[in-house]
Design a protein around this ligand. Sequence first.
Ligand SMILES: *Cc1c(COP(=O)(O)O)cnc(C)c1O
Length: 224
Amino acid sequence: MFSIADNVKAVREKTEQAAEGREICLLAASKTKGPELIREAIRAGVDAVGENRVNEMTEKAALGAYEGVPLHFIGRLQKNKVKFVVGRVELIHSVDSPELLQLIGRKAVQLGIVQDILLEINIGREESKGGFSPEQTEQAVGLAAATEGVRLLGLMAIPPVGDVFSEKYTYFDEMYKLYVDIRAKKYDNTFINVLSMGMSGDYTQAIKAGSNMVRIGSAIFGSR
Ligand SMILES: *Cc1c(COP(=O)(O)O)cnc(C)c1O
């Protein structure tokens, strides 16, 4: 019998083993899952919940699905939905263009808040995916630092699927290098301490490479 509580416990044990003493934020990626299942994951001790779709998130939030933990937005954010996300989530992982960054900043200023964000890096340089290329990262960090209304906390990546194990390691290592580089530069108005990478199939590798925030869906909730 599959139980969300057992799954969370098992994932937590594996993250702790891989982390060797570092603290890892375990985020439950709850797309397509209803409030009851999400509450079960929260009771079992996940640190945060992440959603991919704005409408789905808004509906489930109204039902109290996320009470007790921070809510993050992890999916592709359309520009016309920015207003439904800024100020309603603790962290937006998926800031993937200069335009989106600036829209988020503008909305946050309007609300009189500062929105915490991560920049999404297209580490596999995939045509089909959004995000900043590794080469664009530094410039994007500079832009985030200069944008009123946002505070940059770090980077997020989703490496190409279907890659062999060793290639994934390379992507994770590249991400960790980018993260360390931008952290060392100490830009004003940034507080770089989050590297969000690792999903159900690869989170232990991601953690070993330096991730400190993993986004876990199917290993907690079962398949979608
Ligand atoms: C769905 C999703 C996850 C979790 O994926 P699993 O493989 O089910 O763990 C993580 N991050 C993002 C951005 C997602 O959309």
